[in-house]
Design a protein around this ligand. Sequence first.
Ligand code: UDP
Length: 254
Amino acid sequence: MLEAPRRSQVFNLPIDLSDDYVSWVRSLWQQNRGAHVVTLNSEMVMQAERDPQLAATIQQAELVIPDGAGVVFYLRLRQQHQQRCPGIELASALLAAAAQLNLHEPIAFYGGAPGVAEQAARSWQAQFPSLRLLTFHGYLNPEATEALQQTFKAEQPRLIFVGLGVPRQEFWIAQHRHLCPQAIWIGVGGSFDIWAGVKTRAPVWWCEHNLEWLYRLYQEPWRWRRMLVLPQFALRALVSTHTPNRYSAGDPPA
Ligand code: UDP
């Protein structure tokens, strides 16, 4: 029997601890249990602190995984040893699992500049020809957005990746998940750009040394202002180490 993730906290946000998120999400989708999966990093935690609507959306998600090294650092300070699970890796593993399962329903990619989701889909289809992928770029006009919603209703994709950036993708999922209640909805940020080859992920060495953020800064220097929150997060994580959590791992939130 697969063990459910244990719910803990990062400041006032939930985080689910597990050794195997892929199997857990697979089991949710095989039981037709729809879910919103949030891939939490420290930038998002700090953003949610200033944005109560984002905090509430994260609190309502069925699964919150530790996408970033900062979140893992926060947990380690509290003796909770959890491996990082970057959202793009979870999404890739789920696509491979879907290909194995020979799903009848399609998988949807929504987001990115025009052409990017299509290019990402082509690259996945070259690897797994059995996958049926629906693609939509992230700058649709109102009529095309309406058409996307009609397609979702009619086709009932089982996996829906939304890459509109934070917090837009989280809000979009929360507002539209009723269209496909049995789907697994994941906010995947810039994953389509990486799958399409428009951007590259930090090489392994950078990731292993918790420097993925620095590589991103080098690729996208305009991020410097957004990244000023990272040292703030680390400092607050250290300072608050002795403040007990509202509830401990394993207990559901009140
Ligand atoms: N994006 C989009 N529609 C928008 C704004 C952004 O599709 O209206 C896409 C953008 O093209 C990029 C992704 O959202 O592919 C955001 O990627 P980023 O890596 O900035 O995500 P974050 O850091 O917020 O997770």
